[in-house]
Write a protein that binds this ligand. Structure first.
Ligand SMILES: [Zn+2]
Length: 190
Protein backbone atom coordinates (compact mmCIF):
# COMPACT_ATOMS: atom_id res chain seq x y z
CA UNK A 1 0.00 0.00 0.00
CA UNK A 2 1.22 3.51 -0.77
CA UNK A 3 -1.27 5.47 1.31
CA UNK A 4 -3.28 8.24 -0.35
CA UNK A 5 -0.63 9.19 -2.93
CA UNK A 6 -1.25 8.51 -6.59
CA UNK A 7 1.50 7.11 -8.75
CA UNK A 8 2.29 9.25 -11.77
CA UNK A 9 5.14 8.21 -14.06
CA UNK A 10 8.27 7.71 -11.99
CA UNK A 11 7.08 9.70 -9.00
CA UNK A 12 4.15 9.95 -6.69
CA UNK A 13 1.84 12.92 -6.27
CA UNK A 14 1.91 13.94 -2.64
CA UNK A 15 -1.36 14.53 -0.82
CA UNK A 16 -0.60 18.28 -0.78
CA UNK A 17 -0.09 18.42 -4.54
CA UNK A 18 -3.17 16.36 -5.07
CA UNK A 19 -5.34 18.80 -3.11
CA UNK A 20 -3.85 21.79 -4.97
CA UNK A 21 -4.70 20.06 -8.23
CA UNK A 22 -8.22 19.50 -6.90
CA UNK A 23 -8.56 23.25 -6.08
CA UNK A 24 -7.57 24.25 -9.63
CA UNK A 25 -10.24 21.99 -11.05
CA UNK A 26 -12.83 23.52 -8.71
CA UNK A 27 -11.86 27.06 -9.83
CA UNK A 28 -12.54 26.18 -13.42
CA UNK A 29 -15.82 24.46 -12.75
CA UNK A 30 -18.02 27.37 -11.72
CA UNK A 31 -21.47 26.67 -10.36
CA UNK A 32 -24.31 27.47 -12.78
CA UNK A 33 -26.82 27.87 -9.97
CA UNK A 34 -26.16 28.36 -6.29
CA UNK A 35 -27.87 29.18 -3.03
CA UNK A 36 -26.25 32.50 -1.99
CA UNK A 37 -27.11 32.05 1.70
CA UNK A 38 -25.47 28.61 1.75
CA UNK A 39 -22.38 30.07 0.05
CA UNK A 40 -22.26 32.88 2.62
CA UNK A 41 -22.46 30.37 5.49
CA UNK A 42 -19.61 28.38 3.92
CA UNK A 43 -17.63 31.58 3.14
CA UNK A 44 -17.25 30.39 -0.45
CA UNK A 45 -15.43 32.29 -3.16
CA UNK A 46 -16.19 31.91 -6.85
CA UNK A 47 -13.25 32.61 -9.12
CA UNK A 48 -12.94 31.74 -12.76
CA UNK A 49 -13.78 32.51 -16.35
CA UNK A 50 -16.97 32.12 -18.31
CA UNK A 51 -16.99 32.17 -22.14
CA UNK A 52 -18.78 35.29 -23.44
CA UNK A 53 -20.42 33.05 -26.04
CA UNK A 54 -22.30 31.27 -23.23
CA UNK A 55 -23.96 34.48 -21.97
CA UNK A 56 -27.14 34.69 -24.03
CA UNK A 57 -28.16 38.27 -23.19
CA UNK A 58 -24.65 39.70 -23.65
CA UNK A 59 -24.02 37.65 -26.80
CA UNK A 60 -26.68 39.63 -28.66
CA UNK A 61 -24.81 42.92 -28.34
CA UNK A 62 -21.32 41.62 -29.19
CA UNK A 63 -19.68 41.91 -32.57
CA UNK A 64 -17.26 39.09 -31.68
CA UNK A 65 -17.98 36.21 -29.35
CA UNK A 66 -14.46 35.10 -28.49
CA UNK A 67 -13.03 35.73 -25.04
CA UNK A 68 -14.16 35.22 -21.46
CA UNK A 69 -15.69 37.14 -18.63
CA UNK A 70 -13.59 36.93 -15.49
CA UNK A 71 -15.48 36.67 -12.23
CA UNK A 72 -14.29 36.83 -8.63
CA UNK A 73 -16.97 36.89 -5.94
CA UNK A 74 -16.55 36.47 -2.20
CA UNK A 75 -19.52 35.44 -0.11
CA UNK A 76 -19.50 37.01 3.31
CA UNK A 77 -21.54 38.84 5.89
CA UNK A 78 -21.50 42.61 6.38
CA UNK A 79 -22.93 42.80 9.87
CA UNK A 80 -26.14 40.83 9.48
CA UNK A 81 -26.31 41.21 5.74
CA UNK A 82 -25.26 38.31 3.51
CA UNK A 83 -23.26 39.83 0.69
CA UNK A 84 -21.44 39.08 -2.54
CA UNK A 85 -18.42 41.23 -3.20
CA UNK A 86 -15.82 41.20 -5.92
CA UNK A 87 -15.73 42.05 -9.59
CA UNK A 88 -16.76 41.03 -13.07
CA UNK A 89 -14.40 41.92 -15.91
CA UNK A 90 -14.28 41.35 -19.64
CA UNK A 91 -12.97 42.87 -22.83
CA UNK A 92 -16.01 43.16 -25.05
CA UNK A 93 -16.02 43.80 -28.77
CA UNK A 94 -19.03 45.95 -29.61
CA UNK A 95 -20.04 47.46 -32.92
CA UNK A 96 -19.72 51.21 -33.26
CA UNK A 97 -23.16 52.45 -34.25
CA UNK A 98 -21.61 55.24 -36.28
CA UNK A 99 -18.96 53.61 -38.49
CA UNK A 100 -20.04 49.96 -37.85
CA UNK A 101 -16.42 48.98 -37.11
CA UNK A 102 -15.32 46.98 -34.07
CA UNK A 103 -15.13 48.88 -30.80
CA UNK A 104 -13.11 47.37 -27.94
CA UNK A 105 -14.89 47.99 -24.66
CA UNK A 106 -13.04 46.92 -21.51
CA UNK A 107 -15.31 46.43 -18.52
CA UNK A 108 -14.41 45.98 -14.90
CA UNK A 109 -17.42 46.23 -12.67
CA UNK A 110 -17.13 46.13 -8.88
CA UNK A 111 -19.84 43.97 -7.35
CA UNK A 112 -21.47 44.87 -4.01
CA UNK A 113 -24.66 42.88 -3.73
CA UNK A 114 -26.63 42.51 -0.52
CA UNK A 115 -28.94 39.50 -0.37
CA UNK A 116 -32.45 40.42 0.78
CA UNK A 117 -35.32 38.01 1.31
CA UNK A 118 -38.10 40.53 0.73
CA UNK A 119 -38.74 44.03 -0.59
CA UNK A 120 -39.09 45.24 3.02
CA UNK A 121 -35.46 44.38 3.71
CA UNK A 122 -34.18 46.57 0.88
CA UNK A 123 -34.35 49.68 3.10
CA UNK A 124 -31.93 48.20 5.68
CA UNK A 125 -29.13 47.77 3.14
CA UNK A 126 -26.18 50.13 3.53
CA UNK A 127 -25.77 52.74 0.79
CA UNK A 128 -23.00 50.92 -1.10
CA UNK A 129 -24.98 47.72 -1.65
CA UNK A 130 -27.28 46.90 -4.48
CA UNK A 131 -30.12 44.63 -3.43
CA UNK A 132 -30.35 41.12 -4.79
CA UNK A 133 -33.77 39.71 -4.00
CA UNK A 134 -33.62 35.99 -3.23
CA UNK A 135 -36.44 34.06 -1.58
CA UNK A 136 -35.33 31.79 1.29
CA UNK A 137 -33.79 28.68 -0.27
CA UNK A 138 -33.89 30.34 -3.69
CA UNK A 139 -31.15 29.79 -6.22
CA UNK A 140 -29.24 32.39 -8.22
CA UNK A 141 -27.73 31.90 -11.69
CA UNK A 142 -24.11 32.99 -11.83
CA UNK A 143 -24.61 33.91 -15.51
CA UNK A 144 -27.33 36.40 -14.51
CA UNK A 145 -25.02 38.23 -12.12
CA UNK A 146 -22.26 38.40 -14.74
CA UNK A 147 -24.65 39.51 -17.47
CA UNK A 148 -26.31 42.19 -15.35
CA UNK A 149 -22.91 43.69 -14.53
CA UNK A 150 -21.69 43.59 -18.14
CA UNK A 151 -24.93 44.94 -19.64
CA UNK A 152 -24.93 47.81 -17.18
CA UNK A 153 -21.47 48.78 -18.45
CA UNK A 154 -22.42 48.70 -22.13
CA UNK A 155 -23.60 52.02 -23.58
CA UNK A 156 -26.97 51.96 -25.30
CA UNK A 157 -25.34 53.45 -28.42
CA UNK A 158 -21.73 52.22 -28.61
CA UNK A 159 -19.54 54.66 -30.51
CA UNK A 160 -15.83 55.38 -30.94
CA UNK A 161 -14.92 58.66 -29.30
CA UNK A 162 -13.75 59.94 -32.72
CA UNK A 163 -17.12 59.03 -34.20
CA UNK A 164 -19.03 60.67 -31.35
CA UNK A 165 -17.09 63.92 -31.90
CA UNK A 166 -18.23 64.07 -35.50
CA UNK A 167 -21.83 63.70 -34.35
CA UNK A 168 -22.58 66.52 -31.86
CA UNK A 169 -26.25 65.67 -31.21
CA UNK A 170 -25.39 62.22 -29.79
CA UNK A 171 -28.22 60.73 -27.77
CA UNK A 172 -27.82 60.57 -24.02
CA UNK A 173 -26.92 57.13 -22.76
CA UNK A 174 -29.42 55.23 -20.74
CA UNK A 175 -28.96 52.05 -18.80
CA UNK A 176 -31.46 49.43 -17.94
CA UNK A 177 -30.72 47.33 -14.89
CA UNK A 178 -32.94 44.56 -13.54
CA UNK A 179 -32.35 45.73 -9.98
CA UNK A 180 -33.11 49.37 -10.79
CA UNK A 181 -36.64 49.13 -9.39
CA UNK A 182 -35.30 47.73 -6.11
CA UNK A 183 -32.75 50.52 -5.97
CA UNK A 184 -35.57 53.05 -6.31
CA UNK A 185 -37.44 51.37 -3.48
CA UNK A 186 -34.32 51.53 -1.35
CA UNK A 187 -34.27 55.32 -1.60
CA UNK A 188 -37.77 55.64 -0.16
CA UNK A 189 -38.09 55.50 3.62
CA UNK A 190 -40.21 52.50 4.61
ZN1 LIG B 1 -16.83 54.34 -35.03
Amino acid sequence: MQGIGVEVGDGTLTVAKLSLYHCRIMFDRLPDLFDPIEFVEKKRRIQGRVPLSSLDRVRDVLLRLEGDAEVDLEFKREGRIPSLEGFVAAELTLQCQCCLEALTWPVRSEVHLGVVGSIDEVSILPEEFEPMLVEPGGMVALADIIQDELLLAIPSIPQHSRCRLSQPEATAESTDHPFAILAELKKKPS
